[in-house]
Design a protein around this ligand. Structure first.
Ligand code: ADP
Ligand code: MG
Length: 248
């Protein structure tokens, strides 16, 4: 068995006496795309907060990324080590072009310097050109990001995340507010990233979950714990999951 790229072991998080996450165990393989679902308030965003260092777990739990214990690292360090996060609402630099949004997102200080001095090394330029094709914004590279449609902004933000060269991507509801065609295209994009990258995707749209989990596993969170984990069909037919989602 390959060793996991991410191990979350016995992690809890309490806010003012309220347990948002309770004794959570979660393992992600290198190159895996895992979909995380769960009702509102299940703890999905808190789970991302804990992995990305935005929030610290209660004493006792442990989060390991590769062979690094990141439990007590701060958000900036964790990002630099290779965990990138995309929030639900796209936040792009509206007044900059699509291409410059990618330049500004290059790993480390080189993005800001390249942008400031209007000079990019050819390796970065080629990589960003490929990235533009991948997110299907090649023909809009000179548009201001603020002019893009909502779905295109989401893709640009995934591109920005990739420009920063993360090993693990945490993606919160990428299909929110998208048309069916955009949603499907987003699924294809995420599936194409698996293998080279490891991904955890939080999502509500069950059609989309079915698409991106076609070869992978789904984890269901409920009241801060893992309720069930498995292939899409197994999860969908699980009695506990049906009770939580459908009240029966
Ligand atoms: P989800 O993303 O699955 O909808 P969240 O992780 O946002 O759920 O929230 C899980 C629970 O933890 C909720 O009851 C929420 O109110 C609580 N919670 C999350 N973050 C905080 C916080 N910073 N302070 C207090 N309570 C919080
Ligand atoms: Mg949430």
């Amino acid at each position: 068995m390959p060793s996991p790229i991410l191990a979350v072991e016995d992690v809890s998080k309490t806010y003012d006496g309220f347990k948002a996450i309770t004794n959570l165990n979660f393992y992600l393989d290198q190159g895996e795309l895992r979909t995380v679902i769960g009702p509102n308030g299940a703890g999905k965003s808190t789970f991302f907060d804990l992995i990305s260092g935005r929030a610290k777990p209660n004493p006792g739990g442990k989060i390991t990324f590769g062979d690094i214990d990141v439990t007590q690292r701060n958000e900036y360090e964790i990002n630099r080590i290779g965990i990138g996060r995309k929030f639900q609402t796209p936040s792009v630099y509206s007044e900059h072009t699509v291409f410059d949004n990618l330049v500004l997102s290059l790993k480390g200080p080189r993005g800001v310097f390249s942008s400031l001095f209007k000079r990019l090394n050819s390796g970065d330029r080629d990589r960003l050109d490929d990235l533009l094709k991948l997110i299907r914004l090649d023909d809009k590279r000179s548009w201001k990001a603020g002019q893009l449609a909502h779905g295109e902004k989401q893709w640009l933000e995934i591109g920005m995340l990739l420009a920063s060269e993360p090993k693990l991507l945490l993606i919160d509801e990428p299909a929110a507010g998208m048309t069916d065609a955009e949603t499907h295209r987003t699924g294809e994009l995420l599936l194409s990233l698996a293998g080279k990258h490891s991904l955890i995707v939080v999502e509500h749209d069950m059609g989309f979950v079915r698409q991106i989990a076609s070869n992978g596993k789904v984890t269901v969170l409920h009241q801060g714990s893992v309720l069930c984990e498995g292939k899409f069909d197994e999860v969908q037919n699980n009695q506990k999951v049906r009770e939580v989602y459908l009240g029966r």
